[in-house]
Design a protein around this ligand. Sequence first.
Ligand SMILES: [Zn+2]
Length: 151
Amino acid sequence: MVTLRNALRVLSTWSLAGLYERVHAVYWYYCEGASVKEVADRLGRGRLEVRGWIQRLQDSAIRDCVHRARAHVLLQRLLQRTYVDLLGTQSILYIEDGYVRCALCGRPIPGRSWAAYHVSRKHPKLVDRAVDRVVARLRSGAPDGRSNRLG
Ligand SMILES: [Zn+2]
């Protein structure tokens, strides 16, 4: 399997930033065949916004040297195998008195739209480690993040 490292960086950044709805959105789109409109309605978000998330993930897969025509099926496979892991990744951002703050550096985040930016710019090594964890689990062949070993 091709390791879509750039795509995994985007997905892990979303998880670490607590933007789980984006992970749901691309999973529903790629793995459940939901349309952009269906995803947008389900989340109560705008279609343009949802399309932007899908586009961002697709562009990242293309940076992984995946041909545009192959990106869809590869992202589908990747999401099928990493969805549970991504949702189980603890966000480093928390809300205090109505403000979003970063648990690592204590900085306030001016809004949800800055959350992913903050994580990827200020804590790139953390994203790297999250990606490494997911890749290690993919290689161990445990799609749900559990060990293959019995007992
Ligand atoms: Zn921070």
